[in-house]
Design a protein around this ligand. Structure first.
Ligand code: UAG
Ligand code: ATP
Length: 521
């Protein structure tokens, strides 16, 4: 039996559950010898199995997971949960098999039961407050802002986001934005072991469509915005919206805070079936809470948030952009809706000179005191480009150079708009490769260039396939008073080319390029 280094945060002292108990609890059919088998965790992936796990075999795009049951057994899995088709595929593993019509749909509740979390937490458990954040852009940012403010309030906090799963100073890098239910419940169990009192969970539309947050009812769900993205996964914007709407129902959340800056937000308020508090950051849009920008600079945005009964808070977020103030406003209103007194938040933030949060790779300023401003951002959708370009333009007296590429094997319909928005918002556009995956990178670049040229025919466009060279070319065009926005890579530390992840950190490389240019020590 071989173990592997955990790629996820799991409880260190799990209380085993009997396999016979699982069969009884969920009224499942079972094959093989069940007596005496004890489960301490669950995994959807044979390569992540830990000894004592229930291996969950689900059908996928490439294979049926049950066909990896023998590998799971070698790693120490003690039983298999799968569907009818999977039961025969898993037979050669020699493990007892528990059968359910849809193993992915069952997994959330099963994982909650194994870890005694979410809907299966025992009554005397002190449960952490659970915050869910969804929307096209801003989810990671809001989750980090919640985490930062909670820590300023002295409340033990954890988070799960596209960038990291984090408890205090302990963090692992994320692969999915929202973990599979097996990983999510294990993470919550670990957080309970170390006394975490509040958790921010970034919830993607895909997570809602694929049962990843099943077995949980969030205390407060937050909505940022909705704009064009993921139309490879969803047939239309309407379907994409309906996937997100699922979070705003009583089986998923007790209450919600919805940003109503867009029509999608207003529609969500009408369609939601939980109590909703609204937030507006746009002048003229009525809401329970309104946010007004007081001051903005390259490194900080101050704002005043006013709520019902004349309550208000004036504070700042240590990041560029009105949209970051909107994200911070949402985080604060979510905390208030969870029962934290606004005056207590106000006091803690005033003591620290504003919100204290670091969000890896979101409008992250890489440059120092000299030379052009340089930001690395995770934006990879048309609206994210629009917001970031607008924010940088407001603090840049000189020219704005933008470097970016587009994901391969992901929503191809947004490329034209990405090119167009870049051409309208930047003075020079440098188009490079991002994660081509299995697509021809030259064709991806071509579609971005065509979008840019259609929008602004005389815009200066430079095409350089290699991202390191592309960034250096952009930097060479920029001087004191100018700005360079490198959009796409954010916190990531690789490029995905034809199924291979090639190490590449845009943040490290940009720092190196700034040193080479003499702008950084
Ligand atoms: C398209 C999609 O949803 N794919 C997910 C799916 O993979 P798949 O269907 O391709 O799986 P497969 O390769 O056929 O394998 C089937 C099963 O066998 C298992 N397996 C496979 C091979 C093996 O050796 N051992 C093994 O156990 C796999 O873990 C899987 O459970 O099941 C996998 C295991 O859970 C997921 O990791 C994988 O998510 C991929 C990585 C993905 O990119 N998903 C996207 C759509 C996604 O969810 N994105 C959102 C982000 C949204 C945003 O940008 O905001 C997210 O929340 O991350
Ligand atoms: N409130 C917002 N409105 C519009 N754009 C935003 C907002 N917040 C962030 N962005 C843009 O979206 C990018 C991604 O931000 P963030 O990672 O917080 O969003 P996300 O929803 O978590 O996206 P992903 O799921 O892809 O990680 C940022 O780098 C910025 O360009």
């Amino acid at each position: 039996m071989t173990g592997s280094a955990p790629t996820a945060l799991r409880p260190q002292h799990p209380s085993p559950r009997a396999l016979t108990g699982l069969v009884e609890q969920f009224q499942l059919d079972a094959q093989g010898e069940l007596a005496g088998v004890e489960i301490t965790g669950a995994s959807l992936s044979s390569s992540n199995v830990q000894p004592g796990d229930l291996y969950v075999g689900v059908p996928g795009r490439n294979a049926h997971g049950a066909s990896f049951a023998a590998q799971a057994a070698e790693r120490g899995a003690v039983a298999v949960l799968t569907d009818e088709a999977g039961a025969s595929l898993a037979a050669d593993s020699g493990l007892p098999i528990v059968v359910t019509p849809d193993a992915r749909a069952a997994l959330g509740e099963v994982a909650a039961w194994i870890h005694r979390t979410g809907v299966h937490a025992s009554d005397d458990d002190e449960q952490a407050t659970l915050f869910a954040v969804t929307g096209t852009n801003g989810k990671t940012s809001v989750v980090y802002l919640l985490y930062g403010i909670l820590r300023q309030l002295g409340i033990g906090a954890g988070l799960t986001s596209t960038a990291e799963r984090r408890i205090g100073d302990e963090a692992v890098t994320s692969s999915l934005t929202t973990p599979e239910a097996s990983e999510l419940h294990a993470l919550l169990a670990r957080m309970r072991e170390v006394g975490v009192r509040a958790v921010g969970v970034e919830v993607s539309a895909q997570a809602l469509s694929r049962h990843r947050v099943d077995g949980l009812v969030f205390d407060v769900a937050g909505f940022t915005n909705l704009s064009h993205d993921h139309l490879d996964d969803y047939a239309s914007m309407d379907e994409y919206y309906r996937a997100k709407l699922e979070l705003f129902q009583p089986d998923r959340a007790h209450r919600a805070v919805v940003t109503v800056d867009s029509d999608w937000g207003s529609r969500l308020v009408a369609d939601s079936r939980v109590p909703v508090t609204t937030l507006s950051t746009e002048p003229g849009i009525r809401a329970d809470w309104t946010l007004v920008i007081d001051e903005e600079s390259a490194t900080s945005t101050s704002f005043t948030l006013s709520g019902p009964d004349g309550r208000s808070i004036a504070t700042s977020v240590p990041l560029l952009g009105r949209y970051m103030a909107a994200n911070a406003g949402l985080a604060i209103v979510m905390l208030v809706e969870s029962g934290v007194d606004l005056d207590v938040i106000s006091h803690a933030l005033a003591r620290d000179g504003g919100i204290d949060a670091y969000i890896p790779g979101r409008a992250e300023r890489i440059s120092g005191d000299r030379g052009p401003l340089v930001f690395i951002d995770y934006g990879h959708s048309p609206d994210a480009f629009l917001q970031t370009l607008d924010a940088i333009r407001r603090v840049t007296p000189g020219r704005l150079v933008m470097v970016f590429g587009a994901d391969g094997d992901r929503d191809t319909t947004k490329r034209d708009d990405m090119g167009a928005i870049a051409a309208r918002g930047a003075d020079v556009v440098v188009i490079t490769d991002f994660h081509p995956r299995f697509e021809d990178p030259a064709l991806i670049r071509r579609s971005l260039i065509e979008g840019a040229q259609r929008a602004v025919p005389d815009r200066e466009i430079i095409e350089i396939a290699d991202p390191r060279e592309a960034f250096r070319a952009a930097l060479a065009l920029a001087h004191e008073g100018d700005a360079v926005l490198y959009a796409g890579p954010g916190h990531e530390d690789y490029h995905e080319v034809a199924g291979v992840k090639i190490p590449y950190s845009a943040r490290d490389d940009a720092r190196q390029a700034l040193r080479e240019a003499g702008w950084l020590e």
